[in-house]
Design a protein around this ligand. Structure first.
Ligand code: SF4
Length: 151
């Protein structure tokens, strides 16, 4: 059965920049969890960033904290590890947290650190999608379940 890579914070792990989680409660997700089909992963922690950590946003081709610290290398390392995990487990679907500079599927913050979002993808979402792994956000659960049902 198909496995799904899932942002760790959506599964209740307190790995976000602020040390919190973003636990996503849904019976369909719980069912996948009980079937051991979810692979939990946080690219920013895997890339070597601490918890908590300063929030970061994508600005042009770099990822910068509010204090302009360049954390692009850590974000890229996390994205590459996410891809490796998917390849190792033959994962073709991912459920990632919307608007994160790593995991955002459809929107990201605009790089100004003023709370404004723009259309775009986080680094991990972008790398997975470009390697034929279909990425869904927590706002697209019905589409994820439909894709899993077809496979
Ligand atoms: Fe969640 Fe992704 Fe941010 Fe990690 S990098 S805390 S998994 S949104």
């Amino acid at each position: 059965m198909e496995k799904v890579l899932v942002s760790s914070c959506l599964l209740g792990s307190p790995v976000r920049y602020d040390g919190q989680s973003q636990n996503l409660l849904h019976p369909g997700l719980e069912s996948l969890k009980q079937q051991k089909r979810l692979v939990s992963f946080c690219p920013e922690v895997a890339g070597g960033l601490p918890i908590p950590r300063p929030p970061a946003e994508i600005k042009e081709d770099r990822v910068l904290t509010k204090d302009a610290e360049d954390v692009t290398a850590e974000f890229i390392a996390g994205a590459e590890q996410a891809l490796k995990i998917c390849q190792k487990h033959k994962i073709r679907f991912a459920l990632l947290k919307e608007s994160s500079p790593s995991c955002g599927r459809n929107t990201i913050y605009d790089g100004s650190h003023t709370g404004h979002k723009v259309i775009g993808m986080g680094l991990t979402a972008r790398l997975l999608q470009s390697n034929n792994i279909e990425v869904f956000s927590e706002e697209q659960l019905p589409a994820l379940f439909a894709a899993l049902a077809e496979n």
